[in-house]
Design a protein around this ligand. Structure first.
Ligand code: SF4
Length: 376
């Protein structure tokens, strides 16, 4: 049996955050129609992709999946289980926003089999949260993590954003230490990205708000690596840290170029070197699924060159290139052609080689994109 991952994109949010460019809707008006379309889409793809495959991870992302009722999420899970063979140890993650769950809802999610929460905290500072127009406050963020742990969730990830306007290094490191004091197993840290079309981007372009320059950003990233790795967290991807053994299996599958099916608006799937993506707009998505069973907007089949380049990029962003594995899939010409560059990166402390694995060092992670560009 081959492993496969499943991603479900829920496009609903409580409101639109100032920095967000994801497709999301702030009304639940069409939630039942969306659920119907989603169930049809799952059964459409199951006929082709279920035989011979075992679902290893399921991830509910968005949007704000935790805004939906427990029964809503459960209906999707039951549908997946009725169409696919699901591994008994499946990792099931729910993106959860503080402010959308109380204890009974958390308990409900646990009871239907959600065993990992990814909590969108972003900052523990009240002024940052207000600036980002998040619906939660510092207390709700901390309570959500503690309550989830008390209920029995033992795999809890949180997201934090650095280089926010007016965020000093002190404020950022306070966020990290606050995170470390909580019962969590995983932290994802992202530098604030200015996305076109967002209110935040306009405020910056109009000169009403300033964010730190690249050097400041790099300094915050550097201190993140130092603080987290000194406190029992392992960096296993450019933006991701975990306690040993608590890597996100779902994300590891992406980074290892594994197969995944994604359902819902704007979702991307990748199976057997073919990538396809859905319409973003809910209206369009529902119409297409009701008419055709799927809502595919476009697709590509990766060439051998594209596959190699993606393999190199994803491996460098995460756990490194296993040379034996790489040679067995792609042969050794990439390695031979880049031997001198790789040796230089090792000599200058950006890359390490141990037991046949080429892996970026902490210094290398901070310039990962530049290194990958040199090598592909
Ligand atoms: S809750 Fe998340 S997905 Fe929704 S608008 Fe805010 S940042 Fe975007």
């Amino acid at each position: 049996m081959k492993d496969i991952s499943i991603y479900i994109h829920i496009p609903f949010c409580d409101h639109k955050c100032i920095y967000c460019d994801f497709y999301s809707l702030i009304t639940l008006e069409n939630q039942e129609l969306f659920l119907d379309a989603l169930q049809r889409e799952i059964s459409y793809y199951a006929s082709d992709y279920s035989p011979g495959r075992n679902v290893k991870t399921i991830f509910f992302g968005g949007g704000t999946p935790s805004l939906m009722s427990v029964s809503y999420i459960n209906q999707i899970l039951e549908n997946i289980k009725s169409h696919f063979s699901v591994n008994p140890n499946v990792e099931i993650t729910l993106e959860t926003n503080p402010g959308t769950v109380d204890n009974s809802k958390l308990q409900g999610f646990k009871d239907i089999g959600i065993n990992r929460l990814s909590i969108g905290i972003q900052s523990f500072h009240q002024d940052d949260l207000e600036f980002l127009t998040r619906i939660h406050n510092r207390k709700t963020a901390i309570d959500t993590v503690n309550n989830a742990a008390a209920i029995g969730f033992n795999d809890i990830s949180i997201d934090l954003i650095f280089n926010l306007p007016k965020q000093t290094k002190k404020k950022w490191t306070e966020n990290l230490y606050e995170a470390l004091s909580l019962p969590i197993t995983h932290i994802s840290t992202y530098s604030l990205i200015l996305e076109r079309g967002t209110i935040l981007n306009k405020l910056v372009l109009d000169g009403k708000i300033k964010i730190g320059d690249n050097d400041f950003d790099a300094d915050l990233y550097d201190s993140t690596i130092k603080i987290l790795t000194k406190n029992r967290f392992v960096q296993y991807e450019v933006s991701n840290f975990c306690k040993p053994g608590f890597e996100s299996k779902h994300n590891l599958n992406y980074w290892k170029h594994g197969d995944y099916l994604s359902f819902g608006t704007a979702s991307h799937s990748f199976v057997n070197s073919k990538r396809w993506w859905n319409y973003s707009s809910l209206k369009h998505y529902i119409k297409e699924v009701f008419e055709n069973g799927n809502a595919t907007r476009g697709f590509e089949i990766l060439s051998d060159k594209q596959k190699l380049e993606e393999y190199v990029m994803l491996a460098f962003r995460s756990n490194g290139i296993d040379l034996n594995e790489m040679f067995s899939i792609f042969g050794n010409s990439w390695y031979k052609n880049n031997f001198e560059k790789l040796s230089g990166l090792i000599k200058n402390g950006f890359l390490s080689r141990s037991n046949g694995i080429l892996k970026l060092t902490s210094k290398g992670y901070s310039v990962c994109d530049e290194i990958v560009l040199q090598l592909i």
